[in-house]
Ligand binder design. Sequence first.
Ligand SMILES: [Zn+2]
Length: 486
Amino acid sequence: MTTLKRMAHVLTLSYILIMSVNPVLGISVSYGTDGASSSTNYNLDTSTALKDVGTLGDGRISRISQVSGSGDNEISYQTSAKGNNVNSAIKSSGVLSATTSTIASGEVAFLSQDVAGSGDLAAVVQGKSGSTSTEQMNAVLNGYASASMNALAGKDISKSGQSTTISGDAGATSSRSNSAENNMAVEGGFSGSGDLNTDLTSVAADRAGIYGTNSFNGQEVVNNDVLQGIASGELSVSANGIYEDRKGDLGIFGVTATNVLKPSQDKLSEDNGVFATTGWRWADNVPIQYQLSTNLIGSSTSTNAKLWAREISEGANEWDLNTAKNIFKGSDTTNTPGSTNVIAFTTKVRKPGVYYGGTGDGKNNYMALTKAVTGSTIAVTWTWSYTDVYVYGPDETRYKKAAESDIYFNGNMKWRAANSESTDTNSIFDIRTIATHEVGHTLGLADLYGSEDTSKTMYGYNNGQVDWSLGNADLLGLWKLYGPVS
Ligand SMILES: [Zn+2]
């Protein structure tokens, strides 16, 4: 359970493959003809039905395979046409229905796969030709998933796509595109019951690109405009949000889109088990200021706007007071909004998920209460960072330089400023509690999912809990990035 929940955050195939599946029936099917081959390993539950039909002709293989059943099942496909490869893999524990078609003809290999099921399910397709490769992955824990996936490879071009709907206790999708020139990836995941919709196409030839959209609980998190902006430059964006799930608990979701020119060995995310970093950091002594929109909270002179500014400032200062670096603008102990403080008011109305040209100088960071964040999402932080400009932490660890961070609170929900910390549940969200967590994302800390993380600021809180102070693990993460108070 824990492993799969972590997967939603880490989003690598190796984690998915840890899913414990103990199928009982092993079947291997192989076809080969002049320059073309196709083989499948089936490890199926005894209750699972299999139909595999292949047609061989002069250098051409065409196959269709259907699997349906329940229990523990594993299927892996490899099809090759003159060194151009497409692969797929499915792991399932629960109800499964999968149809896979594959063709190898001339120099082109193609595979399409419709997979649906309930329980625990993971599926991946890959295409590889020369220095190009693309991959689509999706996985759900204790839920339902339906995906149409495809992969194509031939003559130094690779292409793959997925149209996927996931609903469950945890889930993840990823889409990757790699070429000799650049690597692009879009990764999304959640922990807490929710719905993830991924409609992405990865294409790799001379350059690698990804097109489409990724939505969580009906909220579009990255759209095609954002992805094309990422693809054209060396910038990455990460959206991290908190939402209220169907059981009334708080859950966490995140989507990251990144493009790097040269394949990098850098680890984008580091997790020592106590805290986790996102891979970006702000340059030293910038310092950061957020422009808080007065659009829905009242004019800058109103009591309510001042309340919002004070609560957010308190949240930001909780981080600032615990590190040697001057991370946020203004004195750490005064919370009067204005040009010299962490919060300045603005009447500008900006759209969530859009980059406004921040360059890492601490300006152009935005916060708003907005009705454009809808559904069960409580708050989302979009952070933009350079993938080709680096800054170094106190222990010389290299990070991507943060460029802009924008925090949006759901204006369709109710908000309050609690008087004191409390473990009691409440259907109205405490501004300072949520702001402190989201500001942690701005700084470069990632969400934590484990049962051992429940008292940390970077954990998804219990419903309505008021928690203002950083846990020891949050402090360790802050110090890793910016150093302790000297
Ligand atoms: Zn978060």
